[in-house]
Design a protein around this ligand. Structure first.
Ligand code: ADP
Ligand code: MG
Ligand code: MG
Length: 874
C-alpha cells in the first residue's frame, strides 16, 4: 500500500479506476481533457480498506492529506472553507470502481453553517444561500447521520401546503429561513440533543467517514452479491467544489446520454431543470425539460454541451451518461461514465459503434455484460408499471424473467387454470418432480424453501420460466388456500408478480412485455463465437429443450439427466414398479416397459442435435424420490401393482434414508442393480444406432456414470456399460463408436483423478454436488443459513451459483491436470449450475476445460462469457 491516499483531480487519469473509483478517475480524465470540471480531490479506495483495518476511523496521516488537499483546493478556487463571504463549499460523493446503487448518497453544499449562510447570502442572494443550506442540513441528516428523512420531507411539505405552493421554487426567502430553522430543530430532536455541526472540517470528516461506512451497509452488500462485485475493492470518496444550479433562473442542472439507453438509438437524450440542484431532475418534484429545449433557452451552452458530449463518447468509445450543471450561464460537467442500458440497446450500440469504426468487434463484445442477455430471452416488466409497483418481499432470483398471474398452490390447480386461459403463478413450499406439469403451466414459480440449485430453480431455468425461491418470510396456510407475506393475506386466485432477475415479489398484477430478439443478436453472437475457444453445450433432457438450446447456439448436450424422463405421468408408475421389484426378474420386466420411452426420448434428442454430441448420465437420484409418500398414493399404486398396501408401504419405508444426498444414489444404484445401467446403456445405444441409420448422422454416444469416488467402483459400472454397448452393436451389426466417462463430483474422485481417468474417457464436473461435498453444505438447505454468512460478511456470494475458485476450483484444477496426465485426450467439461455463470466460465477457460454446459436459456450468456474469457485472458 502506498502512502499517498489523496489525489487532486489534476494528478490522475482514467487508468486509475481501481484506486480512485470510476467517478474519481473520470473526473480526473475530464480535467486532463481540459473540460470545465469543478475541481476537487479523491480519497482513494485504499483508504476504505484502511478505514476498516483502523477500527472505522481516519488516521492522522489520512486526515492531514485531506487537509493539504483542501488547502490546494482553496488556492485553485480562491475560496476558503468556513470563510464567511467567500466560502468554499463542496460536495462529498462516493464512487467505487463500478457504479453501485446502495452506497451512500451524495452530500451537497458542505461547508455551509449559520454564519456562512448570512454573509454568503448577502453577497450572492439570500434565497439561494438559504436554499443551499436547507438542502445541506437535510442531506447531512439523512445520508451522514441516518436520521429519518421522512420527518424533514414532511416538514417541507407542510410549509408548502400551508402556503398553497405546488413547487419548491415558490418558497420565498422567509419560507426558507423557516425551513432551515425547523430542520435544525428536527436534527437536534432526532440526534437526541446534538446540534447541527457548524465546523466545516468536522462536517467534512464525518461525511467522508460515512461514505466509507456505507461500503458495508446491507444494501451495498446485497448489491455486490447480486452483481459479483468483491467487497475487497472498496469505494473512493470524491470531494468537489460546488457549482450552483440553484443560483438563479440562468442556472440549472441535468443528466443526459449520448444515445438512447432503452433503444440504443444515436442522439442526445436527456433532461434538465432550471434553477435546480443535484438530484432535483430525477426526484420528480418538478417536471424536467427535454434536453433539446435547452437549444432555445441557452443556445451557446447547448452547443458547447453537445460538443463535449460527442468528444466524451469518442474518447471513451462508448455511450456516455453525463451529469452537468449550469451556473449563471456557465456550463460544468460533473460526471461521465459508460451508461447503463437495456439489453436491446446494448446490442444496438455495440453494432453501431463497430459500424462507425469506433470499436473493433472484440472491443464491442467486452461492452456487453453477459448476464444482460437474459433480458433478451425472457419477458420483463413494463418499466412504468414496475416503477408504480411496491416490492413486498424478496428472495433468491433463481430463474430470470418477469411473471404476473393468479396464485395456485398445487400443480394440478395451476395446470387446470392455465387450461382455462388464466396466467398462473405456482406457489409451493418447495417443488418436487411431480410438480413438473404445474411448473410448465406457470408464468412463474415461487417457493418458500430451496436455494439456487433446488429442484424448482434448476427445472425453472431449464424451462426458461421465472422462479423466485427460498422466500422464508412467506407463510402458506395449512389448507393451502392462501399465504401471508409482508402482513398481507393472498388468496388462491389473487394476482401476484415475480421478478426472477432480482428476486422481488409484488402482491399485484404488473404488466409484462414479451422478449424480442433482433437481427443484432445474431450478428453480435457470431462475433462472440469467433472469439471464444470454450465450447458451449446445454443441459437438457427432452427434444423440445434441445431444439430450444440449439436455437440459442448450443453445440451439444453436456448433461442429459435421464431421471427427468421418468417423471411424466405415464412413466412414473413404471419406474415405481421397477423400484419396488423384489427380484431381478421382476425388475427386468419393469425395465423392459421403460426402455421404449427412454429410447424414443433419446432418438428425439439425437434428431434435434444432428451431429452435435450428447452426454447422457445414468440414473442419479436416490430411488425413494420416485416413490409415493402419501398413504392415498401408496394405496393406488399398490392396487395398480396388485400388491397389498402394507407391503408397498413397508418397501417405501425401507428405502427411507437419513441422508439421501449421501446415500444410495448415482453409480451406487448400478452396483446394486446392474440391470438399470444395462437398460439405460441399451436405450442410448439403440437410439443412436437407429438415428444414425435413419438420418445418416455421425453420432458418437457419450455415456456418463455419476458420483464415482473410487476407480474400482467406477470400473465395475464401466464394464457393465461397455458389455451392454458391445452386445447392442453386435445385435445391430453396427460399428458405432462411443465413449464412457464419469462425473467428477465427489472430492475423492478429484483427488484420485489420475486413477479415475484410467477407466473414464471423459470427465464432466458436477460442481453442484462437488460444492455440496467440498463445503459439506446441503444444497437444499444451505439457502436457509447462507443469508447470515452474507450479512456477516463471511461469504460474498452463493458458492452454488458462483464457483468457489479457491477451494472447489482447486479440486477442479487438480482433477484436470491429473486426468490429462493419464489420458492426454481426456475430454473435460462442466455441467453444474456454474456452467452458466460468467465468472465461473472465466475460471473454466483458464483451467482448460473443453466445454461448459448450462440450461438452454443461459447458452447465449455462456457464449458471450466464454468470448470475454478468451479475450481477457489472452
Ligand atoms: P450519484 O452517484 O448518485 O449519481 P453523485 O455524486 O453523482 O451521485 O451526485 C448526486 C447529484 O449531485 C448529481 O446530480 C450531481 O450532478 C450533483 N453534484 C455532485 N457534486 C456536485 C457539485 N460539486 N456541484 C453541483 N452538483 C453536484
Ligand atoms: Mg451521479
Ligand atoms: Mg450430481
Amino acid at each position: 500500500m502506498s502512502n499517498k491516499y489523496v489525489y487532486m483531480f489534476t494528478e490522475a487519469d482514467k487508468s486509475m479506476k481501481d484506486l480512485l473509483g470510476g467517478k474519481g478517475a473520470n473526473l480526473a480524465e475530464m480535467t486532463k481533457l481540459g473540460l470545465p470540471i469543478p475541481q476537487g480531490f479523491t480519497v482513494s479506495t485504499e483508504v476504505c480498506t484502511k478505514y476498516y483495518e483502523d477500527g472505522e476511523t481516519l488516521t492522522d496521516e489520512v486526515v492531514s492529506q485531506i487537509d493539504e488537499a483542501i488547502i490546494k483546493l482553496e488556492k485553485i478556487n480562491d475560496k476558503k472553507l468556513g470563510d464567511l463571504e467567500n466560502p468554499l463549499l463542496v460536495s462529498v460523493r462516493s464512487g467505487a470502481k463500478v457504479s453501485m446503487p446502495g452506497m451512500m448518497d451524495t452530500v451537497l453544499n458542505l461547508g455551509m453553517n449559520d454564519a456562512v449562510v448570512e454573509e454568503f447570502g448577502a453577497k450572492t442572494g439570500m434565497r439561494f444561500a438559504l436554499d443551499s443550506y436547507r438542502r445541506f442540513i437535510q442531506m447531512f441528516a439523512d445520508v451522514v447521520k441516518g436520521l429519518r428523512k421522512q420527518r424533514f420531507e414532511r416538514a417541507l411539505d407542510d410549509i408548502k401546503e400551508a402556503k398553497g405552493y405546488d413547487n419548491d421554487l415558490q418558497l420565498t426567502e422567509e419560507d426558507l429561513r423557516e425551513v432551515v430553522k425547523i430542520f435544525k430543530e428536527l436534527y437536534l430532536d432526532e440526534t437526541g440533543g446534538i446540534p447541527f455541526p457548524q465546523d466545516p472540517r468536522e462536517q467534512l470528516y464525518e461525511a467522508i467517514k460515512a461514505v466509507f461506512g456505507s461500503w458495508n451497509n446491507e444494501r451495498a452488500i446485497i448489491y455486490r452479491r447480486m452483481n459479483d462485485i468483491p467487497g475487497s475493492i472498496g469505494t473512493a470518496v470524491n470531494v468537489q467544489t460546488m457549482v450552483y444550479g440553484n443560483l438563479n433562473d440562468n442556472s440549472g442542472t441535468g443528466v443526459a446520454f449520448t444515445r438512447n439507453p432503452s433503444t440504443g438509438e444515436k442522439g442526445i437524450y436527456g433532461e434538465y431543470l432550471l434553477n435546480a440542484q443535484g438530484e432535483d431532475v430525477v426526484a420528480g418534484i418538478r417536471t424536467p425539460q427535454p434536453i433539446t429545449t435547452l437549444q432555445e433557452a441557452m443556445p451557446e451552452v447547448y452547443n458547447q454541451f453537445i460538443e463535449i458530449a460527442n468528444r466524451l463518447e469518442n474518447h471513451y468509445k462508448d455511450m456516455q451518461d453525463m451529469e452537468f450543471t449550469i451556473e449563471n450561464g456557465k456550463l460544468y460537467f460533473l460526471q461521465t461514465r459508460n451508461g447503463k442500458r437495456t439489453a436491446p440497446a446494448a446490442l444496438q450500440i455495440a453494432v453501431d459503434l463497430v459500424d462507425e469504426g469506433l470499436l473493433t468487434e472484440e472491443e464491442a463484445l467486452l461492452k456487453v455484460e453477459p448476464k444482460n442477455l437474459d433480458q433478451l430471452l425472457h419477458p420483463s416488466f413494463d418499466k412504468e408499471a414496475l416503477a408504480a409497483a411496491k416490492i413486498r418481499g424478496n428472495a433468491l432470483p433463481a430463474s430470470p424473467g418477469a411473471a404476473a398471474g393468479r396464485v395456485y398452490f398445487n400443480a394440478a390447480d395451476a395446470a387446470a387454470h392455465k387450461e382455462m386461459g388464466e396466467r398462473v403463478i405456482l406457489v409451493r413450499l418447495e417443488t418436487s418432480p411431480e410438480d413438473i406439469e404445474g411448473m410448465a403451466a406457470a408464468q412463474g414459480i415461487l417457493t418458500v424453501r430451496g436455494g439456487m440449485t433446488s429442484h424448482a430453480a434448476v427445472v425453472a431455468r431449464g424451462m426458461g420460466t421465472c422462479c423466485v425461491s427460498g422466500c422464508g418470510d412467506l407463510k402458506i396456510a395449512d389448507d393451502e388456500k392462501s399465504f401471508t407475506l409482508d402482513g398481507e393475506t393472498v388468496n388462491e386466485g389473487d394476482y401476484i408478480s415475480l421478478d426472477g432477475s432480482t428476486g422481488n415479489i409484488y402482491l399485484e398484477d404488473i404488466k409484462t412485455v414479451e422478449a424480442k430478439i433482433s437481427g443484432n443478436f445474431g450478428k453480435f453472437m457470431a462475433w462472440a463465437d469467433k472469439a471464444r475457444t470454450l465450447k458451449v453445450r446445454t443441459n437438457a433432457d427432452n427434444p423440445r429443450d434441445v431444439a430450444n438450446a440449439v436455437k440459442f447456439g448450443a453445440e451439444g448436450v453436456g448433461l442429459c439427466r435421464t431421471e427427468h424422463m421418468f417423471f411424466e405421468e405415464d412413466r412414473i408408475p413404471k419406474i415405481r414398479k421397477m423400484i419396488v421389484s423384489k427380484t431381478v426378474e421382476e425388475r427386468e420386466a419393469a425395465l423392459a416397459e421403460l426402455i421404449p420411452f427412454q429410447k424414443s426420448d433419446f432418438k428425439g434428442m439425437y434428431v434435434e442435435l444432428e451431429e452435435r454430441p450428447m452426454t447422457v448420465r445414468l440414473l442419479d437420484p436416490p430411488l425413494h424420490e420416485f416413490l409415493p409418500h402419501e398413504d392415498e398414493d401408496i394405496k393406488s399404486l399398490a392396487s395398480e401393482m396388485g400388491i397389498s398396501f402394507d407391503e408397498l408401504k413397508a418397501t417405501v419405508e425401507e428405502l427411507h434414508e437419513f441422508n439421501p444426498m449421501l446415500g444410495h444414489r448415482g453409480l451406487r444404484l448400478a452396483i446394486t442393480y446392474p440391470e438399470i445401467a444395462k437398460m439405460q446403456a441399451r436405450a442410448i445405444m439403440e437410439a443412436a444406432i437407429e438415428v444414425k441409420a435413419e438420418k445418416g448422422f455421425n453420432i458418437k454416444p457419450e455415456i456418463m456414470i455419476p458420483l464415482a469416488g473410487a476407480q474400482k467402483e467406477l470400473a465395475y459400472v464401466v464394464d457393465i456399460v461397455k458389455e451392454t454397448c458391445e452386445l447392442v452393436k453386435k445385435e445391430k451389426g453396427s460399428d458405432i463408436e462411443y465413449l464412457v466417462g464419469t462425473m467428477i463430483e465427489i472430492p475423492r474422485a478429484a483427488l484420485t483423478a489420475d486413477k479415475i481417468a484410467e477407466v473414464a474417457q471423459f470427465f464432466s464436473f458436477g460442481t453442484n454436488d462437488l460444492t455440496q461435498m467440498t463445503f459439506g453444505f446441503s444444497r437444499d438447505d444451505a439457502g436457509g443459513f447462507l443469508g447470515d454468512y452474507y450479512k456477516k460478511g463471511i461469504f460474498e456470494s452463493d458458492p452454488f451459483a458462483r464457483l468457489d475458485q479457491e477451494g472447489v476450483g482447486q479440486l477442479v484444477r487438480m482433477a484436470c491436470e491429473k486426468g490429462r496426465t493419464t489420458r492426454g485426450d481426456l475430454k473435460l467439461g462442466i455441467c453444474g449450475e456454474h456452467g452458466g455463470d460468467p465468472s465461473s466460465i472465466d475460471f473454466c477457460h483458464r483451467v482448460g476445460l473443453d466445454y461448459v454446459s448450462c440450461s438452454p436459456f443461459r447458452v447465449p450468456i455462456a457464449r458471450l462469457a466464454a468470448a470475454h474469457a478468451a479475450i481477457l485472458n489472452r
